[in-house]
Write a new protein. Structure first.
Length: 311
């Protein structure tokens, strides 16, 4: 069961799992309907991630074994609605941790984020274990969630697994309310208008990843033998790091007239509080994580596919 299946990660995760296991083995759910492909490809249930009874009803009805809890309010929207973000991000997690504790599901995936880090964290090659003093509500909720995941594993044997996602870039589904979203929007604006106004300033390097890599990491982590999972809070996960001018350069290789301007807004402060690169050697050593896409590979793939889609 995927909760939050109509969202940026949920949509692609759902189609990957359906290709792998068969459409009817994967139950999509969200508070709102998803795109036509998602709705037509297999079972879909309207479920509010805050509603424990509704989740349990689907779990029992479909005999769910694994749950991916992908519903969340991200960093930028979270700063506008702090209590809403806190309530959604924590209640949705507790709802599924409880089901796992009661033995009603076998395995749980819950996404964490580089937002668990803060301005006092070492900025380059941020290690797995380090100072974590997040300054956003989203980051505080992710750090707290990590502690609870580890607690439920240690105390009740819950098989919960998690990754600290970097900024995720997809051309298939739009992101919503994140600080790293500019790196998705830039491709659409490059093809449509040949220019982009970035809400992060030049030199703001952040850890990023192509969605295909993130989906593979998620499913690989869930399928790894339990004894290989040594971190039960959340694993650092990394592929590439770049600043707005670097992604702009990679786009110029395909669209030579493309130009970028900078008009930083409130999201600059959030980006400045996060690491610029991540050391994910524990994920690589423990369960064999390897990314595939570099910035150049990702840009080529996205531009090729958006051109086909827009033709
Ligand atoms: C955000 O920008 O809020 C997210 C994240 C890094 O978790 N993409």
């Amino acid at each position: 069961m995927i909760i939050g299946a109509s969202g940026q990660i949920g949509t692609e995760l759902c189609s990957y799992l359906r290709d792998k296991y068969g459409s009817h083995k994967v139950i999509a759910s969200d508070i709102r309907e998803g795109d036509d492909d998602l709705m037509e490809a297999g079972p879909f249930e309207i479920v509010d991630a805050m509603d424990a009874e509704a989740i349990e009803d689907v779990v029992i009805r479909y005999e769910i074994t694994d749950v991916y809890m992908m519903a969340a309010m991200l960093s930028a929207t979270g700063e506008k609605f702090p209590m809403k973000a806190w309530n959604l991000n924590m209640t949705s997690l507790f709802n599924v941790l409880k089901l796992a504790k009661e033995g009603k599901i076998e395995k749980l995936f819950w996404p964490s984020s580089i937002a668990v880090f803060g301005p006092s964290t070492p900025k380059h090659d941020t290690p797995q274990q380090t100072i974590m003093e997040p300054t956003t509500v989203y980051g505080i909720s992710k750090q707290t969630g990590e502690r609870w995941c580890e607690y439920y594993h240690r105390k009740y044997g819950v098989d919960v697994r998690s990754l600290r996602y970097p900024g995720l870039i997809s051309y298939k589904t739009p992101p919503g309310g994140g600080t790293t979203d500019y790196a998705v929007d830039i491709y659409h604006k490059a093809l449509k208008h040949g220019r982009y106004v970035s809400f992060l300033k030049e030199g703001t390097a952040l850890p990023m990843m192509f969605m295909d890599d993130a989906i593979r990491a998620t499913v690989d982590l869930m399928e790894a033998p339990a004894e290989k999972i040594k971190v039960r809070s959340a694993y650092n996960l990394s592929a590439m790091s770049f600043a707005p001018e670097e992604i702009a350069e990679s786009i110029k290789a395909h669209i030579p007239d493309f130009s970028i301007e900078y008009e930083p807004d409130f999201r600059q402060e959030i980006a400045d509080s996060w690491p610029s690169s991540i050391d994910d050697s524990e994920a690589r050593n423990d369960w064999g994580w390897q990314h595939e896409y570099s910035l150049a590979d990702m840009t080529a793939e996205i531009i090729k596919n958006l051109k086909i889609r827009n033709a």
